[in-house]
Ligand binder design. Sequence first.
Ligand code: FRU
Length: 641
Amino acid sequence: MAAFLIQLLVFVSAASDDKGNPPDLLIADFEAPNYGAWEVTGTAFGPGPARGALAGQMAVGGFLGSALVNSFFGGDGGTGTLLSPPFTIERGRITFLIGGGKHAGETCIHLLVDGQPARTATGPNSEFLRPHSWNVADLRGKSARIQIVDRHQGGWGHINIDHIVQSDQAPRVEDDRAAALARAAASVKTAAVRAEQDRARPVYHFRAPGNWMNDPNGPIQHGGWYHVFYQHNPYGDAWGHMHWGHARSRDLVRWEHLPIALWPSLARSEEHCFSGCATLDGGGNPILFYTSIGHAEPECWAAVPEDADLLRWKKHPASPVLTAGSAPVKLHEWRDPFIFRAEGRTFMVHGGNLNASKGGQAVVSLYEAKSADLARWEFKSILFTHPDPQVKNIECPNFFPLGGKWVLITSPHRACDYFVGTFDAAAGKFHAEKNGFADRSTNYYAPNCFEDSTGRRILWGWIKDFPGGRGWNGCFTLPRILSIGPDGLLRQVPAPEVETLRGESTSMADLELAEGKPYLHPTGGETLEILAELDRGTASRVALRLRRSADGARAAEIAFDGETLDVAGVKVPLEPAESEKALKLRLFLDRSVLEVYAADGRECITRVLGGSPEDQGVELRASGGKAVLRRLDVWTLKPVW
Ligand code: FRU
């Protein structure tokens, strides 16, 4: 926690500045154990200033000293006010640090003159406090009071305030990258100790060293390494404070964590570094593009490395390189840049919608690079509108050529889908011909892909919905190699490098499964790869049960009845083709993570499993007749962490 108590920004309130301005006058620093002469109403502000985050709150940062006003006392349900004693306005500005909810008039701070708000400010929907300044030159000599208000219950129903001063200078803030990253790293290191102890945490899937992660961002191959980045909250195991975590690998399987690459530049009013991509500019230099949140509208910012190993990144001075407002149409929820090349030109797509999330106009917008350094972009067209009117918005679009076609993958706030079709670069239009699901499960989201030096299109998804409070949350799927099948639909198989994880194996063939006679595999385990070919024979249903408890009462079941594959509750219509006598399943179990690749990668299903660490059995069952297990290969897989 100590890390959070240090200010994120260097907030300078000097005795006097180089222009000879008079010294600042402190109104309140909230370092005392109680509110002193401030009048308190309600319960939200608790008995006195808080020493950082309160119970149930995400990490709070950016305040000065060791305490601040934090109206999360008892959670977001409480309300109340804090009123300062009267003071005389003697300087041209009143400056303070503000965080918490963005509910105008409800989670806010007022400057009261004659009992009425003469100035007001609302929180930024962030637990990081940032400087705010009111110009009060016209109010000099007046008597005033500060009122801090929490009248909102529910999400972001609190306000955080610290260090209120009268000053003749605007707050000077420096974007202290080194300190921000050191603080973030220290927080992750503390969480990692707790995360290590969790027996449900995957051991061969990619994950952050500790705390929260979501979308894969900017995969790229450079200088003999695969690099991946990811949405990362270094300050907690829930979503928030989006940074870009970073790691590299020689083989897509064994990873080395690197320093956090991108951090929100609070001094430039950046609150989050949202998802994006990596590419090489015209000179062959790596460059990242991401959505910068914290401004009036989302902005597309770039970042470039400061060293050949891509360990240290800085924000590109041309940022923002693109804004939502540059399009001739009003784009809502505009974010998540992804770059592709066609006909010697460089394009970028963004997700969003044209309908303020009301549904029916979820779109992918298209931009073209206008300079070789990729610092200038121009709106080209709406590339694609989602055909489903239920879909309200598209996140994380991926658009790329594959097997003579073009593929668009979308994350539409439900199971991710893909479209296969043609791209008309002159018109900037994608014509979809076929579609399917990138993964059938909502435990999977926001995939991101790239093409490696051998021409393989490699994709990772974010595996989500793990239980909270364990010092970690989230991981990637295995790297999936994409191709187009003979039916024009997507195929996904794990990269062959994953096979280097294989340890001991057992193989069997033509095992008969009769009703009431389940087969219990001799090894079992919780980190397994299984290759099964199930011929249903006369059985109405055949099931593979993983993470089976010793008494058989608990298990994650993968069952097939000839029409539907049911993967631990996710139902996938699946009719094996005539040529497929048996249903082929390839499964990867990694403690609480299960990935199923069915029918040679025609369908992928990712699940997050519950259960106790002791549940390690593998069982096969048939009902309503006799089934034959044509093949069953089981490998134990080795951990990489
Ligand atoms: C998808 C997403 C993106 C956004 C990011 C923020 O999961 O919502 O649209 O950039 O996560 O973490």
